[in-house]
Design a protein around this ligand. Sequence first.
Ligand code: ADP
Length: 158
Amino acid sequence: MRKGIYPGSFDPVTFGHLDIIRRASDLVDELVIAVLRNNAKKGLFSVEERMEFLERVTEGISNVKVISFDGLLVDCAVEYGTHTIIRGLRAVTDFEYELQLAQTNKRLRPDIDTVFLTTNVQYAYLSSSVVREIAGYGGDISHFVPECIIKDVYKKVK
Ligand code: ADP
């Protein structure tokens, strides 16, 4: 069974993430979506809320599983029996950081590879921070996040 792990903050999940999730879930038998528990970087949403949003928006995708992790991503990957890390690339600005991350992980665990999926151009500008900012000003976020989480995003930023 081929498994992949897609890690991130997902604070909150956006259409950009969902696009990567859909495409990655076609490439593997099981996709583990791993929400980072980062004590130093407190998000707007709690890890539990982010996981619940992810579960809601991926309801129709049968081969995904949502988990959270702290510590090293490569350790989490091994724990879940995967050697494939999935990341999304939006623009060259993502590239340097992602390359460093992938190379560090390769150094730590040579048996684990990072696979990059390039963004759907339609979502190239989209990030969780854009969603948080627009929602904070009461702007329309229906182009950014799935309908089923919109109310909860507004409720939080109020
Ligand atoms: P992190 O804090 O780990 O960057 P994010 O939740 O911001 O977590 O992103 C998780 C992954 O999803 C990263 O690989 C990021 O590049 C990718 N990603 C985020 N937004 C988009 C998007 N609009 N299109 C494609 N990939 C994206």
